[in-house]
Design a protein around this ligand. Structure first.
Ligand code: NAP
Ligand code: MG
Length: 503
């Protein structure tokens, strides 16, 4: 790692007079909030190496790529691009570390996991700031959700490390071996924790590849591995683009691939690993449905819809991107949704009042904008009711929703991965079910009603890995998460998630 550090001040959106530019965060509506910029700074090095065998090393090719702050397009740092031979070195380090790590008593592995969890808590504010600078999500989300949940995953799996034989009675649990783990940019640190914690608890060693636009917090996790004295080679982190990921997938000495990302890349990985002995789990895309019955608490349901689709700018695999509302309450829901949308504060992700931050990358913004055009050209009506003025620089998309959506419209079928909601209606529970299930995906669903019988009936018939009832987007390390159909296979979290890392 280079010795020069900046204090993160490059990413402050201050003008020459030193005043913060928070135009986007002023919301509008009934009253204005005073700016509340996060004051903690996260030091960022000018360049980062690859984390191989417990050390940061330069990439063999010397190639580096920049990582940006998507809210102002400024360069934060230069990240190393791992070549085939770097990936090979990382896999070799993980292979060499395997006998010692898998041979440790579970209670000792557990101690390392507890140490990592506590160190994450100690460095939580810095990690949250870094996640927000690098990825664009609001600081209140990285601070209150991403980082605490990541620590919780390490705590939870620390507890399992010496109890694996109780998790699977009558079996002798053995680690799978060297695990290649590839993660996306929407929850960079949390996804790293989801992947690393169970694998370590079960005695595996790891080569992790973060997404190109959001490597910084994974590299901080590498520092934490050093700080807690994790044996060398147990966790290796190789940064780079898709080619680095496919070098990991194709490496003959990797025993398992765990992938979270798009369905397209997931299918390619499934093909590449099919003729090999590699194990595979895939957590892919979604087009999840929120179903609102007329007997629901409508205010609560509208809050849940908003949480379901506008959380993290809609960069959520299980986002409730389709909403089905019972016809008798459709107008009420649309009016309340419009009012709520108008009060969301879009702008500087580092402001503690911000509800929606920046879109993660220029490419993703382009994808979202294409869907917005297609939605209108296919005949749906777009409701753009948010009054925020977004900054000129950076990648921004204000939250919106469409009505008049037909099941055949692209915005009702395809994953947009942005703050864009398709609102549709239904008359009977059966119609709601068949329309909600009419998708190649099957990741999550939400049901809103005050009738317990309806809740259980719907939950048992929805083709989705997770069904939230009168709530949405709630996560817990003890609860397995994963999809059906084209949303992938395998579970992460809970006892089911451990099984994926054991023979
Ligand atoms: P992506 O393009 O599939 O990328 C995911 C990861 O795979 C990144 O690290 C990416 O590297 C890498 N990659 C790209 N091409 C590869 C290849 N040929 N071989 C191996 N690795 C490759 O997905 P994304 O656009 O970053 O993420 C958004 C998607 O993830 C959405 O579809 C979302 O639904 C899904 N997601 C699912 C879950 C879940 O739990 N089911 C959770 C979060 C996200 P680069 O970044 O360098 O391209
Ligand atoms: Mg970035």
């Amino acid at each position: 790692m280079s010795s020069t550090i900046n204090t993160g001040s490059k990413s402050d959106q201050s003008d020459a007079s030193g005043k913060l530019d928070l135009r986007g965060a002023s919301g509008g509506g009934m009253f204005d909030y005073a700016p509340a910029p996060e004051s903690v700074k996260a030091p960022i090095a000018d360049t980062y190496g690859l984390f191989i065998n417990g050390e940061f090393v330069d990439p063999s090719s010397g190639d580096r790529f920049e990582t940006l702050n998507p809210s102002n397009e400024e360069t934060l740092s230069m990240i190393s691009s791992a070549s085939v031979s770097d990936v090979d070195a990382a896999v070799q380090a993980a292979r060499d570390a395997l006998p010692e790590w898998s041979g440790l008593p579970g209670s000792v592995r557990g101690k390392y996991l507890y140490r990592i969890a506590r160190r994450i808590q100690e460095r939580a504010r810095e990690l949250a700031v870094l996640e927000t600078l690098d990825g664009g999500k609001p600081i209140k989300e990285s601070r209150d959700i991403d980082i605490p949940l990541a620590a919780a995953h390490f705590f939870y799996h620390a507890g399992w490390a010496d109890k694996l034989e109780y998790a699977f009675p009558g079996k002798t649990p053995e680690p799978v071996g060297v695990c290649g783990q590839i993660i996306p940019w929407n929850f960079p640190f949390l996804m790293a924790a989801w992947k690393i914690a169970p694998a370590l608890a079960c005695g595996n060693t790891i080569v992790l590849k973060p997404a190109e636009t959001t490597s910084l917090t994974a590299l901080r996790l590498a520092e934490i591995c050093q700080e807690v004295g994790l044996p060398k080679g147990v966790v290796n982190i190789v940064t780079g683009a898709g080619e680095t990921g496919s070098a990991l997938v194709d490496h003959p000495d990797v025993d398992k691939i765990a992938f979270t990302g798009s369905t397209g890349v997931g299918k390619m990985i499934a093909k590449a690993t099919a003729p090999t002995n590699k194990r595979l789990t895939l957590e892919l895309g979604g087009k999840s449905a929120n179903i609102i019955f007329e007997d629901a608490s409508i205010d609560q349901a509208v809050e849940g819809i908003v949480e379901g689709i506008y959380f993290n700018q809609g960069h959520v695999c299980c986002a409730g991107s389709r909403v089905f509302v019972q016809e008798s309450v459709l107008d009420t829901v649309i009016n309340k949704l419009g009012d709520r949308l108008a009060s969301l504060r879009v702008g500087d992700p580092m402001d503690k009042n911000t509800d929606l931050g920046a879109i993660n990358s220029k490419e993703q913004l382009g994808t979202i904008n294409r869907y917005l055009e297609t939605g209108t050209s296919e005949g749906a009506t777009r409701h753009d009711v948010n009054p925020c003025e977004v900054p000129e620089k950076g990648y921004w998309c204000k939250p919106c929703f469409f009505t008049g959506v037909q099941p055949s419209h692209a915005i009702a079928r395809e994953e947009i991965f942005g703050p864009v909601l398709a609102v549709m209606s239904f008359r009977t529970p059966d119609e709601a079910l068949s329309r909600a299930n009419n998708t190649p995906y099957g990741l999550a669903a939400g049901v809103w009603t005050d009738k317990g019988s309806k809740i259980f009936d719907m939950a048992s018939k929805l083709d989705a890995g997770v069904v939230w009832l009168n709530t949405y987007n709630k996560f817990d390390p003890a609860s397995p998460f994963g999809g059906f159909k084209e949303s992938g296979f395998g579970r992460e979290g809970g006892r089911h998630g451990l099984a994926a890392y054991l023979k």
